[in-house]
Write a protein that binds this ligand. Structure first.
Ligand SMILES: C[S@@+](CC[C@H](N)C(=O)[O-])C[C@H]1O[C@@H](n2cnc3c(N)ncnc32)[C@H](O)[C@@H]1O
Length: 295
């Protein structure tokens, strides 16, 4: 089904409203290849009709299909490696040390925001298993969220093809953390038990989430407008503990967010720490963007 140039703006407007993803004229091929099958499935003759039916809002299934089709779920185990090295050699050891002086010395809360089909949160879980021998005695949870319901569905099963496993999985982890499952591989229960999946739109208010010690929000904000991207990272700062660690994609930078985050380097990797009053501190509500001296 051919996309008329006059239709691009209305499709792009719908996608922006549904998930904050920016589409412009150059993405006409993407709209055609991903949304034409949905329009045809619903017996609609044009993209204008598709937008109209979606805008009415009654057909939740249609909205879900559009979001699932338009999102790009590219991911792999241990993607870019350096964040997992920094997690293993820097963030977790420092957190364990800092936590030892608190009321909950064995509690860790981690968020994989935009986790796609689950390789990222499972890579985090495997890293923790490697690092913490008595992990069963810890209270650890990895909250893994994505707007794409189909991706969350696959992630929660933890089943991957041989091809998906070959992309990034460390050979020494393969038999330890995955088991053969027909012609596929399945993440073992002790790794899956650390991760809870949820369908979540980062454009929505993130109230009630956190506080998280570590957040991975990688390779998703690149699809948003500059304002959408800034707003998401501002909201994420509010879900983090003051001593938390934020990992963004290797090609991403938070330099334009000003003093809200401080960048830190670890070997080839980089992470950010929020300069925010902790959750529950009235100063956070009064002046959410005010930087706070680190303890
Ligand atoms: C390229 S994948 C990145 C996956 C993983 N973080 C990584 O770096 O390998 C981007 C993911 O962002 C998700 N996404 C896009 N817009 C979103 C939104 N508004 N809220 C939550 N997730 C979103 C997509 O569904 C997709 O799974």
């Amino acid at each position: 089904m051919k996309l008329a140039s006059a239709e691009v703006a209305s499709v792009a407007g719908l996608v922006m409203d549904l998930c904050g993803i920016l589409l412009d004229e150059s993405k006409g091929y993407l709209i055609e290849s991903r949304l034409a099958p949905i329009a045809q499935h619903h017996g609609l003759g044009s993209y204008t009709e598709l937008v109209q039916k979606a805008r009415v809002g009654y057909d939740q299934q249609l909205l879900k299909q559009i979001v699932d089709a338009i999102t790009t779920n590219e991911t792999l185990f241990f993607r870019d490696e350096s964040p997992f090295e920094a997690l293993r050699h820097k963030a977790i050891p420092e957190l364990i040390d800092a936590k030892s002086k608190t009321a909950f010395p064995r509690r860790l809360r981690i968020w994989s925001a935009a986790c796609s089909t689950g390789q990222e949160p499972y890579s985090i879980a495997m890293t923790l298993h490697e690092l913490i021998p008595d992990i069963h005695a810890w209270d650890i949870s990895i909250h893994a969220t994505d707007i794409c319901a189909a991706a969350i569905e696959q992630a929660s099963h933890g089943v991957y093809s041989a091809f998906e496993v070959e992309r990034g999985m460390k050979p020494q982890y393969l038999d330890r953390y995955l088991a053969r499952h027909n012609s596929n591989w399945k993440v073992r229960d002790e790794v899956r038990a650390l991760v809870a999946f949820q369908n979540l739109n980062l454009m929505s208010p993130l109230t009630g989430l956190g506080p998280f010690d570590v957040v991975f929000c990688r390779n998703v904000a690149i699809y948003f407008t500059p304002e959408g991207r800034r707003s998401v990272f501002q909201k994420i700062a509010q879900t983090m503990t003051r001593d938390g660690y934020l990992f963004v994609g290797c090609a991403e930078s938070l330099a334009d967010l000003g003093p809200q985050y401080t960048p830190h380097h670890h070997c080839r990797g980089m992470y950010y720490r929020p300069n925010m009053p902790p959750l529950g501190d009235p100063a956070r509500a009064n002046n959410a963007s005010a930087p706070l001296a680190r303890r």
